[in-house]
Design a binder for this molecule. Structure first.
Ligand code: AMP
Length: 417
């Protein structure tokens, strides 16, 4: 028996209400902040990701789904959503539009990770990017939008963590400090951190191992090694966030796993701590567009895993609207009645009433059982008498009350709800 590949899941009909709910809220919040939708391909030139995400990162070293097509192109299934949006921005000359260009997306993301709760090899992200503006108020607006999304979904008790990791000017100096500090503690580091010490020093700060965390807590703080420009930017972002009443905490250990971030980084954590629990995160990436071949263009964005949001909606028992299901089932007895049922179903659908009919030759009792299992509100029964009277017997499935309703009245009744 085939199974879906490890780390992937089918999104079954009963799960769909969560997805539709989040999509609806995400589209609404995008509209409020003036973002437009962009869809990019599921695969891209592999180099787009290696260059932007960073050679030393987990995604690039271990997690990309790479393949070569019949023409010899090296492609990768999208392991994150920002670089493709930037590629599209450059390719379509969006620097000629009014800046910042504000784009949002829903995208399948592929990472060869160790699957666990809330961690998949194919997951979906809702994300948005504001490209072409350096002002700190835009960072605050993006964070506000992320926060507002979760609020509108009804999630409670989230925490908002903020940091600044500097820019090309000040970060190398900071990393030197950090490396020197970590070298003094190298004996106590976990094997992963020992490996990362030279290549990806920043990531040592967010190691989840207890001893590494203790070391990280006392490590030099990036926010204390910012150049003037980054320092002023960070202060201004915090000011705007205060105006927006965003309840943030500065977390000196927050660095994010991708190299392209500059200055502001932020993450939103659910109340229950898990090892990989961030529900969403983002930040500024002022060099990325230049690195992939565009003009120097500042930008800031955010992405959230849909599955992580759903996990938290379920944990918090958030009431999610049901996806609308058919309201009426048509049962029939005899060949002629079957023809009438087909006709009635067509008429109802033309009037925008969702309807199901029996197709196999089952007894009326079996058809009613079927209707019951489908959770429809009504069943219309058509037999010889009903045909004669151009009517149906309408059964209310919750009360089992039955009454005769002329066909033309039935449409009226159902259309009115
Ligand atoms: P990242 O691109 O790593 O910053 O991820 C952005 C968001 O996507 C995270 O905050 C998670 O909500 C979600 N996410 C990342 N990786 C996975 C994964 N493997 N499975 C499910 N969700 C993920």
């Amino acid at each position: 028996m085939y199974k879906s590949p490890r780390g992937t899941v089918d999104i079954l009909p009963e799960e769909q209400k969560y997805w539709r709910f989040i999509e609806k809220k995400a589209v609404e919040v995008s509209r409020l902040y003036g973002f437009e939708r962009l869809d990019t391909p599921v695969f891209e030139d592999a180099q787009l990701f290696t260059r932007s995400i960073g050679e030393g990162t987990d995604i690039v070293t271990k997690e990309m789904y790479l393949f070569r097509d019949q023409s010899g192109n090296d492609l990768a299934l999208r392991p994150e959503g920002t670089a493709p949006v930037c590629r599209s921005y450059v390719e379509h000359g969006m620097d000629n539009r009014v800046q910042p260009v504000k784009l949002y997306y829903f995208a399948a993301i592929f990472r060869y990770e160790r699957p666990q709760a809330g961690r998949y090899r194919q997951h979906y992200q809702f994300g948005f990017e504001a490209i072409g503006e350096i002002a700190p108020s835009l960072d605050a607006e993006v964070i506000d939008m992320a926060w507002r999304l979760y609020e509108s979904l009804g999630l409670k008790g989230l925490s908002l963590q903020l940091n600044s990791i500097g820019c090309r000017q000040c970060r190398p100096g900071y990393i030197e400090h950090l490396r020197t500090y970590y070298k003094e503690h190298v004996d106590r580091l976990c094997p992963d951190c020992k490996n990362r010490l030279e290549k990806n020093t920043l990531r040592l700060l967010d190691c989840k191992k207890t001893t590494c965390q203790e070391i990280a807590d006392a490590a030099p703080k990036s926010s204390e090694h910012l150049c003037d420009e980054c320092g002023t930017h960070f202060e201004s972002v915090k000011d705007k966030m205060k105006i927006l009443r965003l309840p943030f905490h500065v977390n000196h250990r927050l660095v994010r796993g991708l190299d392209y971030y500059t200055k502001t980084v932020f993450e939103i954590q659910p109340p229950e701590e898990g090892s990989q629990s961030a529900i969403g995160g983002g930040g500024r990436y002022d060099n990325l567009i230049e690195e992939i071949g565009g003009k120097p263009t500042p930008a800031v964005g955010f992405a959230s895993g849909m599955e992580r949001i759903i996990l938290n909606l379920k944990r918090q028992n958030v009431n999610v609207p049901e996806v609308s299901t058919p309201v009426i089932f048509i049962a029939h007895m005899g060949d002629e009645a079957r023809g009438k049922a087909v006709q009635l179903a067509a008429d109802l659908r033309r009037n925008d009433v969702p309807v199901l009919t029996a197709h196999s030759d089952k007894s009326l009792k079996a058809q009613l059982r079927q209707a019951n299992n489908l959770s429809v509100r009504y069943t219309a029964i058509i037999g010889e008498d009903e045909i004669k009277n151009n009517a149906v017997t309408l059964r209310d499935m919750s009360t089992s009350d039955q009454r005769t309703v002329p066909v033309n009245k039935l449409i009226e009744l159902l259309v009115e709800g």
